[in-house]
Design a protein around this ligand. Structure first.
Ligand code: ATP
Ligand code: MG
Length: 337
């Protein structure tokens, strides 16, 4: 990796089938991003175990994500692609940073509150500490830029707080990361409840478009997506008053490369059903092409395993440098390999 480029970190947890939200938030612009940054892409499997999972489903979804990254254009010779649990330094730094994070600030996180409601029988401390592990993921690599979806804003603020707190005590040890909101910086919302974000762990699958979903099912779901009840129907962007159409306009804009204003003009005298027909066909067609690439990579698990072995080695070399600095700062002896 060229040392002149800024360091970019991004992660996806293997917590279910990848969605259109994940695609638009972090996967849709990978080719461009790799040109401009030294990139680390991580499958955040330690994050995924805050919820009880079937072991073989979890195992397979880790490889699914590796294959999707590659299908989206990730070049393993250019970027580091690795699995979080292979780089032990993440858990190690996370313990240390937990001792610099407060229960009050962690329990205020919207994601903690939502997941505590969703998994009310298993509110484990991992759910609470999740953002601290996320801070460790990012800070271990002296990341300049985090590629995250707009849904992670609150966690980013916590990372900033941890950096300020730690750096104030021990000097400028961690780089303060900024976020790169890819493309439009959109938060893609649920199809049937456009006030809620689209998520892989959402139990009602009609809310979500999955990247590996059959084209006919994608078309059906978009056609059923909740639109706004104003009459006559108008295809204009208004996040507050028309969250359903605004969400579809966001998606359409990203898949077509047209601006939202262009789309509003193009559809100014059209009805919702015509708009939905066009967007659903476009999304289904583009995802179908992505799926073909994905299946090519996914069938060769040995190749995927080689890639993550190499990725873990490269990532550990960088992670150890930061962790050693942290050890020295707080008074732990460094172990030399
Ligand atoms: P979960 O429901 O298990 O949290 P998720 O769909 O939120 O799953 P993550 O693995 O948590 O997916 O997130 C992977 C990346 O995708 C993150 O950078 C996140 O910001 C981004 N992302 C997730 N959902 C959306 C969304 N609806 N819109 C934009 N980006 C998103
Ligand atoms: Mg999430």
């Amino acid at each position: 990796m060229s040392s002149k480029k800024k360091i970019l970190f991004s992660a996806i947890q293997p917590s279910g089938m990848l969605t259109l939200g994940n695609y638009i938030g972090v996967l849709s612009d990978l080719v461009n991003i790799q040109r401009n940054y030294s990139c680390l892409f991580c499958v955040a499997d330690l994050h995924a175990i805050t919820v009880r999972r079937n072991p073989s489903v979890l195992y397979n979804s880790i490889f699914d994500i590796i294959a999707i990254y590659l299908a989206c254009g990730l070049d393993p010779n250019r970027s580091i692609l690795f699995v979080q649990s292979h780089v032990y330094e993440h858990a190690q730094l996370s313990w240390i940073l937990n001792c610099y994070s407060y229960i009050g600030e962690l329990s205020r996180m919207t994601q903690f509150k939502n997941k505590s409601l969703q998994f009310s029988k298993n509110i484990n401390s991992g759910l609470l500490n999740y953002p601290v592990l996320m801070a460790s993921d990012v800070l271990l690599y002296q990341t300049n830029v985090i590629l995250v979806g707009a849904d992670q804003k609150q966690h980013l603020e916590l990372i900033h707080d941890i950096v300020f707190r730690f750096n104030k005590l021990y000097g400028n040890l961690f780089v303060l990361p900024t976020s790169l909101a890819s493309l439009t910086g959109s938060k893609i919302m649920s199809l049937l409840d456009p006030n809620k974000k689209m998520s892989k762990s959402e139990p009602n699958h009609n809310n979500t478009i999955f990247l590996l979903e059959e084209p006919s099912s994608i078309i059906k779901k978009i056609k059923q997506a909740k639109t706004d009840s104003d009459q006559p129907s108008s295809i204009i962007y208004d996040q507050e008053k028309k969250p359903g159409i605004s969400n579809l306009l966001n998606i359409f804009s990203i898949f077509s490369g047209l601006s939202i204003t262009d789309l509003e003009h193009q559809y100014c005298d059209k009805i919702y059903s015509e708009f939905k027909r066009d967007i659903s066909e476009l999304v289904a067609e583009k995802l179908y092409l992505l799926q073909q690439q994905y299946f090519d990579f996914r069938k060769n698990e040995d190749y995927l395993q080689d890639i993550i072995n190499i990725g873990a080695k490269k990532a550990r070399l960088q992670a150890q440098i930061t962790l050693n600095k942290v050890y020295q700062s707080i008074g732990l002896p460094v172990k030399y390999y």
